[in-house]
Design a protein around this ligand. Structure first.
Ligand SMILES: [Zn+2]
Length: 80
């Protein structure tokens, strides 16, 4: 590697999250503070699915869809 162009590399840089969890990564910064991590993000904790259920959008869509199937459109009139 070329000398004096690379930043200092910390193979065990400490990452601390706002939720309290901490882990190490390789980085050019010795300490990293983050607000969200794999321990507290809804994607990993599975809370995102609950939020969707609360909104009930899937159920509303299914209701609309079943309505549309029950009442099909009239066949368009033939053009003269
Ligand atoms: Zn976290």
């Amino acid at each position: 590697m070329k000398k004096e162009i690379h930043p200092t590399y910390f193979p065990e840089a400490k990452v601390t999250c706002a939720c309290g969890s901490a882990f190490t990564v390789g980085s050019t910064r010795e300490n990293i503070k983050i607000e969200i991590c794999s321990a507290c993000h809804p994607f990993f904790t599975g809370e995102a699915g609950k939020v969707l259920d609360v909104a009930g959008r899937v159920e509303r869509f299914k209701a609309r869809q079943s309505k549309a199937v029950a009442k099909p459109k009239k066949a368009p009139a033939k053009a003269k």
